[in-house]
Design a protein around this ligand. Structure first.
Ligand code: PLP
Length: 363
């Protein structure tokens, strides 16, 4: 397998030795459950700080999509109304999943290169549709745009919508997420983006209102959230615990908190600003529209007309740089530079931009 010198994909990001080594202990013990619960609680405590919440945080073994689905399935019943606010692939994806549960879904969609701005339209949809849940993505990874959560949280409160579900997978740890202040009932995160831990740990903050609804729905499939509620209280973990992954996530959170969350977020903003500036200077076009809010964790760029994505990718790889391609309607059209977590490093991004510029100019 080829290892690239400069990995700049928007997750999974490169993981530091310190984090990798945190998962190398032999965790064998006579009292596994109790000790795992201690590790789980320590990780939860750190995640609460990063998510700015007093809510409980459920930590699951599995990719972000598993946790995303588990919250929908645990909170929704067939026929429930779900208002999907979307500016991209993950936003629309949440609607598709709610439909798979049998929910009545109404979508307020904007362009993939946009940010929600028409709050009157959103307010009207909430007033008319009266959803049980509003879903949205804070940071659309494929299009490199951000959406305003605070404003949607305020509307949710105004119209007493029971649940606001925010996918913050690629923004959490690299941008401000104020779970409680913004009235988020379910906030989704994953280990492999800005937290810079290995993939396959995902987590959800769950508000008291969401727990009430989860209990009412009573879903008990293997992907259910319900067992986690009693697990931590009773110091008994319901499944085989993934010690190593949890220990790595815990260490990754500790490192962020040691550096200081505010400083980490400022580092992401600085690096993203630099990246966008270089992209524009070298004559490439940023994907987000002029009035969209560009992401501080991933920069999406149009593939220049004179070179195919495949060709560009091959040439960058030959120079030791790997960036992200794209999916769906953005495949081959838009590529992405992931500067999140360990990759939100000015020297690294500078080197990546020098290589990209060399390849573009040499074409
Ligand atoms: N949500 C967003 C915004 C993402 O970017 C991703 C992954 O890239 C996911 C959800 C799904 O996470 P995972 O790939 O861990 O299933």
């Amino acid at each position: 397998m080829k290892i690239y010198r400069i990995p700049m994909v928007p997750g999974p990001v490169s993981v530091s030795r310190e984090v990798l080594e945190a998962g190398q202990e032999n965790f064998g013990s006579a009292d596994l459950e109790k000790e795992y619960i201690d590790l789980y609680k320590a990780t939860e405590k750190s995640l609460r700080k990063i998510m700015q919440t007093k809510n409980s945080v459920v930590i699951q073994t599995g990719e972000g999509m598993l946790a995303l689905w588990s919250a929908l399935k645990s909170c929704l019943l067939p026929g429930d109304k779900v208002l999907v606010l979307s500016t991209g692939l993950f936003g629309y994806g949440m609607g598709g999943m709610a439909e798979a549960i049998g929910c009545e879904v109404r979508t307020v969609g904007f362009g993939f290169d946009e940010t929600f701005t028409d709050f009157d339209l959103i307010e009207k949809a909430i007033r008319e549709f009266q959803p049980k849940m509003i879903t949205m993505v804070q940071n659309e990874t494929p299009s490199g745009t951000m959406n305003p959560v605070a404003e949607i949280g305020a509307l949710k409160e105004k119209y007493a919508v029971p649940l606001l579900y925010v996918d913050a997978v690629s923004g959490l740890g690299g941008s401000v997420v104020k779970t409680d202040e913004w009235h988020i009932d379910l906030c989704l995160g994953a280990s492999q983006k800005c937290l810079s831990a290995p993939a396959s740990m995902s987590f959800l903050s769950v508000s008291d209102r969401a727990w009430e609804i989860i209990e009412e729905v009573g879903y008990v499939g293997y992907d259910a959230l319900l067992p986690f509620r009693t697990a931590v209280k009773n110091a008994y973990f319901p499944y085989t615990p993934y010690w190593q992954g949890t220990a790595q996530l815990n260490k990754a959170c500790e490192l962020i908190l040691e550096e200081g969350l505010g400083k980490v977020i400022a580092r992401h903003q600085k690096v993203a600003g630099y990246c966008r500036e270089r992209i524009v200077k070298m004559g490439l076009k940023l994907y987000p529209a002029m009035d969209a809010v560009p992401s501080p964790t991933v920069t999406a760029v149009y593939v220049p007309q004179k070179i195919s994505w495949k060709n560009l990718d091959t040439r960058l790889r030959a120079e030791g740089l790997v960036v992200g391609g794209n999916y769906g309607c953005l495949a081959g059209e838009v590529f992405r530079i992931g500067h999140m977590g360990t990759q939100a490093n000015l020297n690294l991004v500078k080197e990546a931009m020098d290589i990209l510029e060399g390849v573009i100019r040499g074409n």
